[in-house]
Design a protein around this ligand. Structure first.
Ligand code: NAI
Length: 324
């Protein structure tokens, strides 16, 4: 049996975690032979609810779960953590402007960044799910000077997966026939789902779908999918978000042949401002990720990539004073 790995999950009593924790415990993230220690963080008011979740995980008698820690102290939750899934965040309240939301979350993610810096494994892999995810990841990273910024990522895999299914359904193929899907930029309505490099069963996507469908149906459907789920379900996406978080971490840790989308610190590739957490097409191998280089970018794509970059630069400017 392998040694257990420590997986910290914040917002442990929330709706995404109610799916995420059980799937990780079942081995969906790191495989059926990798024991885990779950380290769950909540705010003090939600500790009763978190203890209820812990009771349920115990009641599943998962063979891979070696221990569960439930705490409201980030220093305890992140102690020696090998993986950290930062799901808990402050939702937008009545009358809250975008700037207020950014600031409220900046307060949370600066504390958690420091706690990761002081306590986590030096190889910790961090995925921020809680919104605004890209900028929250930036704040956490800036508050963790002893960790490599590349260890901090944000989730656009749900957008990527949504785009895969939209294209597969449109072309009458399966998601496994789709290759090189790309989400550029922010996990927000400015994100750019790009089909210019995508193939379906070996053929360029643009040979199979109309430009009009791409620009006026596909792109807005993927960009607005979160709002459509809220309208239909009366609650935001939860199980699909959890599933995509698992995909993101599994591929990062274990590798994949597929091109996947991850929001990562920009190194200036494709002319994007260095340092912002921007979603790129990446390949994951040997526990690391690399940006897919050399893609030709036409004028249409350039404008869309720039619009979502501009939004991320504005978000960064709004929290500049908290970036340490
Ligand atoms: P939720 O409101 O059901 O759960 C959030 C939990 O986080 C709550 O239990 C809350 O008490 C906890 N929390 C708040 N502040 C915390 C802190 N400082 N430390 C620890 N825990 C804290 O929300 P849900 O549905 O689980 O979503 C979580 C976040 O994920 C939201 O910000 C949501 O917008 C975001 N999200 C991101 C997606 C993505 O693709 N990146 C997709 C779907 C949701």
């Amino acid at each position: 049996m392998k040694d257990p790995v420590r997986i910290a999950i914040t917002g442990g009593a929330g709706q995404i975690s109610y799916s995420l924790i059980f799937r990780i415990a079942a081995g969906d993230m790191l495989g059926p032979d990798q024991p885990v220690i779950l380290q769950l963080l909540e705010i003090p008011q939600a500790m009763d609810a978190l203890n209820g979740v812990v009771m349920e995980v115990n009641d599943c008698a998962f063979p891979l779960v070696q221990d569960i820690v439930a705490t409201d102290d980030p220093n305890v939750a992140f102690k020696d953590a090998d993986f950290a899934l930062l799901v808990g965040a402050r939702p937008r309240g009545p009358g809250m402007e975008r700037k207020d939301l950014l600031e409220a979350n900046a307060a949370i993610f600066s504390v958690q960044g420091k706690a990761l810096n002081d306590n986590a494994s030096r190889n910790v892999r961090v995925l921020v799910v809680g919104n605004p995810a890209n900028t929250n990841a930036l704040i956490a990273s800036c508050n963790a000077p002893d960790l490599n910024p590349r260890q901090f990522t944000a989730m656009t895999r749900l957008d990527h997966n949504r785009a895969l299914t939209q294209l597969a359904q449109k072309t009458g193929k399966r998601v496994t026939d789709v290759d090189s899907m790309i989400i550029w930029g922010n996990h927000s309505a400015t994100q750019y789902p790009d089909l210019a490099h995508t193939k379906v069963a070996g053929k360029p996507a643009f040979d199979l779908v109309e430009r009009d469908w791409y620009e006026n149906d596909f792109i807005p459907t993927v960009q607005q999918r979160g709002a459509a789920i809220i309208k239909a379900r009366g609650a935001s996406s939860a199980a699909s978000a959890a599933s995509s978080a698992i995909d993101h971490m599994r591929d990062w840790a274990l590798g994949t042949d597929q091109v996947v989308s991850m929001a990562i610190p920009s190194d200036g590739s494709y002319g994007i401002a260095e340092g912002i957490i921007y979603s790129y097409p990446v390949r994951c191998q040997n526990g690391d990720y690399e940006i897919v280089q050399g893609l030709e970018i036409d004028e249409f794509s350039r404008a869309k990539m720039k619009a979502t970059e501009d939004e991320l630069r504005e978000e960064r400017a709004a929290v500049e004073h908290l970036l340490g």
